[in-house]
Design a protein around this ligand. Sequence first.
Ligand code: CUA
Length: 335
Amino acid sequence: MSSPFPLFPDSASALSGEVDLLFIVWCVISVFFSALIAGLILYFMVRYRRRHPEEVGANEREAMWLEVGWSVVPLIIMLAMFAWGTRVFFRIYRPPADAVELTAIGKQWMWKVQHPGGQREINTLHVPVNQPIRMTLASEDVIHSFYIPAFRIKQDAVPGRYTSIWFQATKPGTYHLFCAEYCGTEHSRMIGWVVVMEPRDYEAWLAGGAAGKSMLASGAELFQSLACVTCHRAGNVGDGGRIARGPALEGLYNNQVKLADGRTLIADDTYIRESILTPTAKLVAGWEPVMPTFQGQVSEEQLTELIAYIRSLGPAGSAPAGGSGGESAGVTEQP
Ligand code: CUA
């Protein structure tokens, strides 16, 4: 932790250096041109002032090179700023494939974090150093915004859908975690700490925490207790002669789904969440709209656990892949 009122927040993630450089270069360009233009205005005001009441303006020759120059040079600079900013933007919003998945759920007025192994924490976030982390964000009530200045990342948590952001911390230490969206009377108190640890300290912390079940195991349990399994069983037709009532979920995650209305979409977190809460919104082609809604029966937290479980289901016939929690789901598929 540095001084309580630093001029600049710590720079502690793999992308923060690049974000800072972008920011500083843009500031320098903006200040340079603002000063140049303001200076020229002042200079010309004095240089070409009216010296006596009878003086009239004289025609100036056009300077083509000057006019072309002050149009083309700024155009090139702006296009370069655009290209560079876009590159950084895509790096910030595209997590690497080996990122560990954590969830943070915003709620008036706290951040509830869950680790893949099931460890939960409120208003703190323990992460290992030098490991890409992808945060899936959700909200239980209003829009919050997940903001870690030292990592130069900020992403809204929006009710009704999932958003995500990733980072890779580069320095062990403790950093501010803020909510950066006004979300009610105690918004300013919706703050916490990110604790970046050496990998072995992180392992020790994970082991020491009162870890319940992994997200995967909790999801697998919910899949049973909510009776999802009665309709969504592996091998989507004919189980003991009966026709299953819902499509099998093996291999569903992040794959294409063909809908009854002819559209095709990717079964991402937001789609699966919607299909649990509002099953008829995007009906899968070939299935009847018989699934009841689970609105009000599952919390945001349980939804993320169910999705962790569905994510772990490999293609039909294979064992659950294990996900990032590394534990077996405890549910075996029907032969
Ligand atoms: Cu949550 Cu501001």
